[in-house]
Write a protein that binds this ligand. Sequence first.
Ligand SMILES: Nc1nc2c(ncn2[C@@H]2O[C@H](COP(=O)(O)OP(=O)(O)OP(=O)(O)O)[C@@H](O)[C@H]2O)c(=O)[nH]1
Ligand SMILES: [Mg+2]
Length: 406
Amino acid sequence: MTGQAPPSYNGTAMDTLTTVIAVVALIVPAALVYLAALRFRSGANALPKETAPRDTEEDNLPQEGAGDAVAEALSSPTPSEVSATRLPSRKDVAGLRKGLAATRGGFMSRLQALFTGGKEIDPAILERLEEVMLSSDVGVRTTHAILERLREKLAKKELTDSDAVWAALRGEATRILDDGGTSTERRAAGDPSPKPVVVLMVGVNGVGKTTSIGKLATKWSAEGKTVMLAAGDTFRAAAVQQLEVWGKRVGADVVRGKDGSDPGAVAFEATKKAQEAGADVLLVDTAGRLHTKVNLMDEIKKVKRTLAKAMAGAPHETFLVIDATTGQNALTQAALFKESLELTGLILTKLDGTAKGGIVLGICDELKVPVRYIGLGERAEDLREFVAVDFVEALFGRDPDDAGTV
Ligand SMILES: Nc1nc2c(ncn2[C@@H]2O[C@H](COP(=O)(O)OP(=O)(O)OP(=O)(O)O)[C@@H](O)[C@H]2O)c(=O)[nH]1
Ligand SMILES: [Mg+2]
């Protein structure tokens, strides 16, 4: 009877069925993962043509190097939580794009002009590229390093059209800006949640130290942190008043000394008061000083040592504030401050006021100190955490509302 299959036949059918189920169980999840990956890629490809290619998948990852040790200490997230909050955001990119309008209209549009109109890619274009980069404050060393890598790609025939060169440039920018964030591990290795987190703000005159303190105080207060300010610029009475205005606006106590008193003593007293008050963060303002004046640099080193005496591990952050409009001099300043103080981060201010934002590349490449915040205006909300992927997208991406420019 055909309906009665022998037992061995049944066994084979079961084996086949089991195999089919196992294969399906393996293939279906793999297919789902593949489809999800495709969706992700097509999402990226939906961006305007020149913004789409990121050199590697790694380039798409959140920039862990921009991990904000202060925020980490204040809210104590795990490193993976920090990463999760660093995904590129279209809203952030749109805001950045506005703040970087001058650089987009200057440096970036000059760059893009080299590659539009189907120009042939030859070594002469790289010479013009060099000219644009040098005149946009990218810096000699960084410009030459980027060009060297482009020449290699050109020789290997990897740069066949302008899109490929644009993508390569974008890749170089991402690599350099990501590299700047190498000190996260070291910072994360310390006390994960000091209280208060002591932040020492240093820099030459008029770069935006006090304003950046006001902006950070606003940001952290809005996040529910208790912020205190130390008026460590005892040089000018007006400096203390300026800080007090911010203190009032933000609702932060300001610890001040007598006019002309020792800035170290103010910093010491403020740290003790912040500890007693259980403040989450203490921002220490200091007088502007020329990086070339040995006595002034010795003074700031002393302030730093005094902070460590007041609280082990303090200052937890030493931020050098740099004015982006000062061009190559900013690099010299930063190098000398770095030599005297162990900098944990840079705040690059007034990026809204320069068409030569290429300086960010030079600074990240040469100093290897992470840019932590950028200033894009004078208002409290104009200080932004620096996230390399967003920054690169804001510079190299096309504005969806403006098809005409970069
Ligand atoms: N456009 C623009 N202006 C800024 C930015 N940051 C600071 N400023 C302005 O720069 C000027 C100097 O800022 P301050 O905060 O007083 O600078 P400082 O480093 O504390 O100066 P000293 O204490 O004198 O050394 C002020 O007019 C600020 O409003 C920024 O990101 N963009
Ligand atoms: Mg000041």
